[in-house]
Design a protein around this ligand. Structure first.
Ligand code: ADP
Ligand code: MG
Length: 614
């Protein structure tokens, strides 16, 4: 491995701006770190370069631990957005600067300079001053200068930022050629998805300080694991759908006739589906569709963009309306429109005008592995439910997850000990407010089919730390899946608490350490979640309680597999609970949770057999 990051964390004013990032970049690889402004890309790159220290974690370059090595001795070349050339030095002098410092002989320096200028296509420009060069040319000089001392790693931070479109493209090509020719391991930071696609062997997407996913550009585009990556890499329609034994269903419409062999969990549940605009088919009538019909719609917007036509279609079919989450192109939550793109060929075959009615089909859908689909604020009165739906932490979470908060009034919650049946089965995350009889309410929700419950005290700030614990192994996998999904949307540190009964004698410790390692490995490998681990001994409820009471801005994610276990943790629910917590319930009577859809990244080419990934 050329670059290895192991749980690198950097905090400013206590808040992690780079949060437990682990990454391996192979020898000669072109790796692009992609993310919105403020996501921590530059901070991470500076840490690799040695320009800023880290608060936690380890950085290895070519097998050498450089975590505490100064920038000068790390053997990296750096290029920033602002050219940062020495203004009073010629191009040649700029390039030779690093070589002079390293006392290279004059003849060798000249040779190297010529080589580098050829490499960046600036032959003969040796004597120009930076002011006599265009922005693009200055940036080429910066690249040549960064490569002069033959670094083993090249780091570039938004190197095209200040250039106009055409120059960017030329420079992009140059950088790619240089990188291929030298086979130098390269990390480039950008917020521009197109740039990432054009350059990367592999992309890592960052948001809120976390590295969410890494993968080949085409893989990340076709099979993202997270909402963020799905919507940040290109446009995507996010839809709520139902996973059933018959397949995926939107409203009343099954989009796949064949039963899926992988989903053993017979219980129908809500999932988040990604539909790319180019995978939507429009036709005059339902019968004219080549793909499965999902709804009827009306064309609301048409935009011509050259090769492609972009449309926004409002769904008119009531059953499906409620299932839509949002469209991403402008991040405006929209309850019932679908973004569609069509090629010239499709346009000619079926010309469209505004307000025209269409039948809508879907060529391909991709189901995200997230277990958190939507939120439902539950309370015994309309007032209380609506108040809860406006809870700042909940609204922030839902908005980041681009999902909806439904409101549900259940009188049964007021006298929860009676265990009445809910009006309909509960889907998505049931949210309740932390109050005196919260333990009872949790039991009531569990008996009515809830599997994830979010309990919110009236005053609960966004957490800085999220504690994770499961009461037994049946709930492990689901709890990790929920934790990974939640933590992608919350800039907090994740800590797994492994708790063993007993006093922690020498016999128990190795078992405990083993448990922690397994938990961390599974979190990383299956869910892409980086977390710290802690080992405690004693009563689980008391240990969790003790750790929670240390600091206010914490949240708990607790996995249980029986109502009895919920009761064992009742000390945590006694009013007034000061911390938010998410309860994950997976009955030990169900099949091993690995068969559940949340662990499966599923892509469905409609009409074909399902391809199951991971
Ligand atoms: P990106 O490069 O992805 O735009 P940065 O790594 O520059 O993001 O910044 C990530 C976050 O860290 C931002 O919220 C930024 O304000 C904060 N930050 C960066 N540098 C400092 C600093 N020296 N002091 C305090 N906060 C900082
Ligand atoms: Mg930056």
């Amino acid at each position: 491995m050329s670059i290895t990051l192991d749980q690198v964390t950097k905090r400013y004013q206590g808040a992690p701006v780079v949060n437990d990032v682990s990454l391996e970049v192979a020898e000669g690889e072109f790796f692009v770190l992609l993310g919105p402004s403020g996501s921590g890309k530059s901070t991470l790159l500076r840490s690799i370069a040695g320009l800023s220290g880290v608060d936690h974690g380890r950085i290895t370059l070519h097998g050498r631990d450089v975590t505490h090595v100064s920038a000068r001795h790390r053997g990296v070349g750096l290029v920033f957005q602002n050219y940062a050339l020495f203004k009073h030095m010629s191009v040649g002098e700029n390039i030779e600067f690093a070589l002079r410092v390293r006392r290279m002989k004059a003849a060798e320096r000249v040779k190297r300079r010529k080589e580098l200028l050829r490499l960046v296509a600036l032959e003969g420009m040796d004597d120009r001053l930076p002011t006599q060069l265009s922005g693009g040319q200055q940036q080429r000089v910066a690249v040549a200068r960064a490569l002069a001392h033959k670094p083993q790693v090249l780091l570039l931070d938004e190197p095209f930022g200040a250039l106009d479109a055409k120059i960017r493209e030329e420079l992009r090509r140059t950088i790619r050629q240089v990188q291929r020719e030298l086979k130098i391991t390269t990390v480039l930071v950008t917020h521009d998805q197109e740039e990432a696609f054009a350059l990367a062997d592999r992309i890592g997407v960052m948001n809120l300080g976390r590295l969410l996913e890494t993968g080949r550009p085409d893989e990340l585009y076709a099979r993202p694991a997270t909402r963020f990556v799905a919507t940040f890499l290109g446009a995507a329609n996010l839809l709520l759908a139902r996973q059933t034994v018959q397949g995926i269903r939107f409203g009343a419409m099954p989009v796949r006739a064949h039963p899926s062999e992988k989903v053993d969990d017979a219980r129908e549940h809500e999932v988040v589906a990604v539909v790319r605009p180019e995978e939507v088919e429009l036709a005059p009538t339902r019968d004219a569709l080549r793909t499965n019909f999902i709804a009827k719609g009306v064309v609301e917007e048409i935009m011509f963009t050259g090769a492609l036509e972009r449309l926004r279609v409002r769904l008119t079919n009531g059953a499906v309306d409620a299932q839509l989450v949002s469209t991403s192109s402008d991040n405006r939550p929209s309850s019932a429109t679908l973004d569609v793109t069509r090629t010239q060929y499709e346009q000619r075959a079926f010309p469209l005008t505004l307000q025209q009615s269409v039948a809508i089909g879907i060529r391909r859908i991709h189901v995200l592995p997230t277990p958190l689909s939507s939120y439902t604020a539950c309370a015994a009165s309309t007032d209380a439910a609506q108040r809860l739906a406006r809870h700042p932490f909940l609204t922030e979470l839902a908005s980041r997850m681009k999902t909806r908060i439904a409101v549900r009034v259940e009188e049964g919650l007021a006298h929860a000990e009676a265990y009445t049946a809910a009006k309909d089965p509960i889907s998505g995350v049931a949210v309740i407010s932390a109050q005196t009889n919260v333990g009872r309410q949790i039991e009531w929700l569990l008996r009515n089919g809830a599997q994830e419950m979010l309990v919110l005290p009236a005053q609960s700030p966004a957490p800085q730390r999220v504690l994770i614990h499961w009461a037994d192994d049946h709930a492990r996998r689901s709890t990790l899946a929920v934790a990974a999904s939640l933590l992608r949307h919350v800039p907090a540190e994740a800590v797994y608490l492994g708790i063993l009964p007993g006093a922690g004698d020498d016999l128990q410790r190795p078992i405990g350490v083993r448990t922690l390692l397994d938990a961390r490995t599974e979190a990383q490998a299956v869910h892409g979640l980086e977390m710290r681990t802690e080992l405690h001994f004693g009563s689980a409820a008391e240990e969790v309680q003790r750790r929670l009471s240390e600091m206010p801005d914490q949240m708990l994610i607790l996995g249980v597999s029986s109502i009895q276990q919920v009761r064992e943790f009742s000390v945590l629910f006694q009013a007034p609970a000061a911390h938010s917590f998410m309860l994950v319930y997976r009955s030990s009577k169900e099949t091993e949770p690995s068969a559940r859809v949340e662990s499966v990244r599923e892509t469905v080419a409609v009409g074909e057999r399902a391809a199951i990934h991971r």
